[in-house]
Write a protein that binds this ligand. Structure first.
Ligand code: GH3
Ligand code: MG
Ligand code: MG
Ligand code: MG
Length: 305
């Protein structure tokens, strides 16, 4: 969540939208919508941290807006507070059933509105922090394997829809067991931290991702990149790690830390659609692993595909 949270206020009565907006002054950046249709559009564009939603509206009503947003993973943690004139049990139950976090009754009273909004913003910040921590490796601050697998699943569905190429790199520090044996685990940790930052610095497209896949192994995901492009990125990573010149007397080359990189790619074959044997995330990862094994077997500190 950004330092200043975004709040979306939805009501088909423009006067009420303005009034509620005034009552929320200072709690965040406020966006407005005066219909369900507009609410869905603004929510999509602005990624709000909290939504105040009128239940009764013509067209798409609040219940439907809530239900539609809650079907999407990116809105799972966004609190939706219904603002409603009727406090009958069935409609409140219906609201909770479609994912409402809370109910606020009209006429809206400022102190209670602010207290409720503040409480839900605190919970949202906590949820964001937990989600971030669950997806981040504590030592290197890179995304962890869980994040990588989730990103791979998202990119995979795009590949199947749009027939864009997708590249995976497996990057493994050479002779790292000997590094720990000679320099100790603490220096080993520092080394992994430095290599991680270096790998990340090589990537320059916003959609590219490098994660700590496990131990001294990293994995990169390069959407829209073919095998040739992936091999170029892999070479840049290899060179960048060498340029760190981290001493490793038992290393694979020249007394410095190096990595080996395996590259695999999925690309549609022109006129034939997909190469069926390679069409799964498991086989994509498996082929990157096999390429990495090849790079190791050929002497390490190199790229193989
Ligand atoms: P290769 O060149 O074939 O990759 O050899 P290697 O020694 O790098 O491979 P191996 O899999 O035998 O050893 C990996 C080592 O990485 C062993 C393990 O102790 C070390 N390692 C894994 N995670 C960490 C970590 O978080 N910190 C430190 N210091 N060492 C780690
Ligand atoms: Mg209304
Ligand atoms: Mg290794
Ligand atoms: Mg390894």
């Amino acid at each position: 969540m950004a330092a200043v949270p975004k709040l979306l206020v939805v009501d088909d009565d423009p006067t009420l939208v303005q009034l509620v907006g005034k009552m929320l002054a200072g709690l965040g950046e406020i966006r407005f919508a005066t219909s369900g249709e507009a609410a869905l559009k603004v929510a999509d564009r602005e990624a709000p941290d909290l939504i105040l939603l009128d239940a009764q509206m013509d067209g798409i009503d609040g219940f439907e807006v809530c239900e539609r947003l809650k079907l999407r993973p990116e809105f799972a943690d966004v609190p939706i507070l219904f603002v409603t004139a009727n406090d009958d049990e069935p409609s409140e139950l219906r609201g909770f059933a479609v994912g409402a976090a809370d109910f606020i009754h009209k006429p809206v009273r400022e102190p209670l509105l602010r207290a409720r909004v503040l409480t839900h913003l605190r919970l949202k910040a906590l949820a964001d922090e937990l989600r971030h921590q669950a997806g981040t490796d504590a030592l290197t601050h890179l995304p962890n394997r869980r994040s990588f697998d989730a990103a791979l699943a998202v990119e995979w569905s795009r590949v199947m829809r749009q027939h864009d190429p997708l590249c995976v790199l497996m990057i493994d520090v050479d002779r790292f067991k000997q590094y720990n044996d000679r320099y100790g685990h603490l220096d080993g940790d520092h080394c992994l931290h430095a290599v991680a930052a270096c790998l990340r610095s090589v990537l320059n497209r916003p959609a590219d991702l490098v994660a700590r896949y496990g131990g001294e192994e990293f994995a990169a995901l390069l959407p829209g990149t073919d095998l040739e492009g992936g091999c170029q990125v892999a070479e840049r990573m290899l060179q960048a790690v060498l340029e760190l010149r981290l001493p490793h007397l038992d290393g694979a080359i020249s007394g410095i830390v190096s990595v080996s990189v395996g590259v695999s790619c999925v690309e549609g074959i022109e006129g034939q659609g997909w190469d069926v044997a390679s069409v799964s995330t498991a086989s994509l990862l498996d082929r990157a692993d096999q390429a990495l094994y090849l790079a190791k077997a050929r002497g390490r500190a190199r790229v193989a595909s």
